[in-house]
Design a protein around this ligand. Structure first.
Ligand code: N01
Length: 561
């Protein structure tokens, strides 16, 4: 265990996780409210998802000037990103810089994995245990474990017998993996696989990509930032912050007002071409109805499939890559640097495991249903995560009356605003299920949650409120609203999406993130707080107002766009 901190029997607040969320939460509670607070972090360094995801090509899909904290002007002024999209190593330098600047490390206990958290009603305290047997108690428990931190390694028979090396992209070895002249198999073609494949192909002897669901991708067009752009970021950070906070998905670009069929087919083609040339997630913002109207979406889907066919030389491979079964951006849309081009290399091949599923792994490699044994030296699982709930449920949380979080969520997560669950007083979740989180540029929802939680705790302390938790009815109404918001978009049409939990066998199929837009969500949270924490029970007394119906989702505001 590094960076040891002397054990403290009781704290005001215990925070689990030292990524973007946990670090800012520590700063707010300790330095703004003056509470005793500590972060417990399983890794040996800060950084959260970026600590673990060191796979080749790991880079953020959000543009660097938006993938930053905006709470400190001084930080914004002193930090300078080098490229349009920040790479994993640069993000780690940034997060370490933040941790040092705000002197956070002295209250972050590394190498400490939480194994249980139990609410003690009589004492109104959370008792937290770690794998090493240490115990803590705290009044407030804040989980900052990230939405994509519980690696999903598929349960394929024979994996243990594999004679080569296998790795998951989300648990990448710090010493790296040498692919030189090796036969590499990559399972998975989500955002991660699409980033990793072209980089692995550069050194591998041969790369075989096992594709279950074909995916769209738009070129990232990463490049070094110009001095002029860097200057603009420093001078205009107030304006950039305003855009980030005003857009439905927290990105630094606005969604066009026009609808797909407002323009002629040739104008549309021109708009898509320009967006393609510009590159990045901004492609989604070309029209406001791309995620609301299937016919509108089809035009973008056809454009992108056409690009795949144009790039790929081998017609059979092109057909497999363009055989995409979901609307564009109904799954998290990847962006890439040379993904499709990689399939034109002699050392890269594609296997369709929708048609011929992986049956087993042998000491030599992967056997598919057609009986072919694909001989491999390394298997890379780019198979994603038990998203949004996996890491939370692994904490072993038990709330009031001995009810576990796993039992409370047996049919899918039930939260109020993604922030709290009924029966788990004083436990807050940053970017939990039911909040916009993964549908946004993450630092934006993270800062909003941290600040809302901080204000809530400040309110409790100022008013002698010992406990806060949602009314069960308010949480149920919120879940209904989350469904309503998702159903106003095309997002649920992607049947194999981790947004729905569909990538993990046996996981309840529930659309988890809030698709009503970050701006609307922020307004709802602020309104609820302004009304005396409507829908929450404060210190045993019901809040003075009952949560309203949150207004119908406006599809034009969908953050998936
Ligand atoms: O994971 P995924 P990811 N047999 O779940 C396949 C964020 N991210 O790590 O679609 C065969 O998207 C699975 O197939 P299917 C971003 O939010 C951010 O790529 O389930 N295949 C799919 O192709 C992203 O969405 C950045 O049919 C199997 C792939 O594995 C999220 O992380 C960069 C399989 C998993 O795709 C997750 O992305 C990268 C099996 N048994 C990622 N099991 C940033 O820029 C799964 N698959 C911040």
């Amino acid at each position: 265990m590094s960076d040891q901190v002397a054990a403290t029997p009781h704290l005001d607040a215990l925070i689990i996780g030292a990524g973007f969320s946990g670090m800012y939460q520590l700063h707010c509670l300790r330095d703004r409210l003056g509470l005793s607070a500590r972060v417990l972090e399983a890794a040996d360094g800060v950084g959260g998802t970026w600590y673990w995801n060191r796979y080749p090509g790991a880079r953020c899909d959000s543009e660097s000037h938006s993938y930053s904290y905006y709470f400190s002007d001084e930080l914004l002024e002193e930090w300078e990103w080098s490229e349009r999209y920040p790479g994993q190593a640069e993000i780690m330098r940034y997060l370490n810089h933040v941790a040092d600047k705000f002197d956070l490390k002295r209250d972050i206990q590394l190498g400490t994995r939480v194994s249980a958290a139990r609410y003690d009603e009589a004492a109104n305290l959370w008792h937290v245990e770690t794998e090493s047997g240490a115990g803590y108690s705290a009044t407030y428990l804040i989980t900052a474990v990230g939405c994509l931190s519980s690696a999903n390694v598929p349960d394929i028979p024979g994996l243990d017998s594999f004679a080569g090396q296998w790795v998951h992209t989300g648990q990448w070895p710090h010493e790296g993996v040498d692919f030189t002249r090796k036969r590499v198999g990559q399972v998975g073609t989500g955002s991660t696989g699409i980033q990793a494949a072209p980089v692995i192909a550069e050194t591998a002897g041969h790369l075989t990509v096992f594709q279950r669901t074909a995916n769209y991708s738009v070129p990232a067009r990463n490049a070094p930032l110009t001095e002029e752009f860097k200057r603009w970021c420093h001078e205009e950070h107030d304006e950039i912050r305003a855009v980030l906070q005003d857009t439905p998905n927290g990105h630094p670009f606005r969604i066009a007002d026009r609808k797909v069929f407002d323009v002629s087919a040739s104008e549309r083609q021109e708009i898509y071409e320009k967006a393609w040339e510009k590159g990045g997630l901004q492609f989604r913002a070309s029209f406001q109805d791309l995620l609301a109207d299937k016919a509108a979406n089809d035009t973008a889907a056809e454009f992108l499939k056409g690009k795949i066919r144009e790039v790929i030389k081998d017609p059979e491979t092109a057909a497999m890559l363009a055989d995409i079964d979901h609307p564009y951006a109904a799954k998290r849309p990847p962006i890439d640097t040379g993904y499709f081009e990689a399939f034109n290399r002699d050392n890269v091949s594609l296997v369709d495991v929708r048609k011929n599923p992986i049956e087993r792994i042998t000491p030599k490699g992967i056997v598919t249903a057609d009986g072919v044994e694909h001989e491999l030296d390394v298997i890379v699982f780019a198979t994603g995560f038990d998203a949004m709930t996996g890491a939370l449920l692994k904490l072993g949380v038990t709330g009031r009356d001995g009810q576990s979080l796993a039992d409370a969520w047996y049919a899918g997560p039930v939260t109020y605003l993604g922030l709290q669950s009924a029966g788990f007083p004083n436990m807050f979740t940053i970017t939990g299920p039911g909040s916009p989180s993964v549908l946004c540029n993450m630092p934006v929802p993270i800062e909003q949650h941290v600040e809302w939680i901080t204000d809530c705790i400040a309110h409790m302390r100022a008013n002698g409120i010992a406990r806060i938790e949602p009314e069960a009815e308010a949480a149920d109404r919120w879940v209904a609203h989350v469904n309503e918001a998702a159903n106003a978009t095309l997002l649920p049409l992607a049947k194999h999406s981790w947004y729905l939990g569909a990538n993990v066998p046996g996981k309840p199929r529930v659309f988890m993130p809030y698709a009503g837009g970050m701006k609307r969500y922020r307004d709802i949270c602020d309104d609820i707080a302004a009304k005396g924490y409507e829908g929450f029970v404060l210190d045993g007394a019901a809040g003075d107002a009952t949560a309203g119906d949150f207004a119908a989702a406006d599809s034009a505001d969908s953050p998936g766009i």
